[in-house]
Write a protein of this length. Structure first.
Length: 49
């Protein structure tokens, strides 16, 4: 449930930024993919251990 709430909030903010034409302060896609790798690695270790 927390993941769905976070995703919904992120989508809402993204839409608002687009409507107001504000440049997003989000990091570049390379940094986001690195963060995704960290989260997936942590989840994988949690399952294996």
């Amino acid at each position: 449930m927390a993941y769905a709430t976070a995703l919904g909030a992120g989508l809402l903010v993204g839409v608002l930024y687009t409507v107001v034409r504000v440049k997003s302060p989000a990091p570049p896609p390379t940094a986001l993919s690195g963060l995704l790798g960290m989260v997936l690695g942590q989840a994988l270790l949690g399952v294996l251990l």
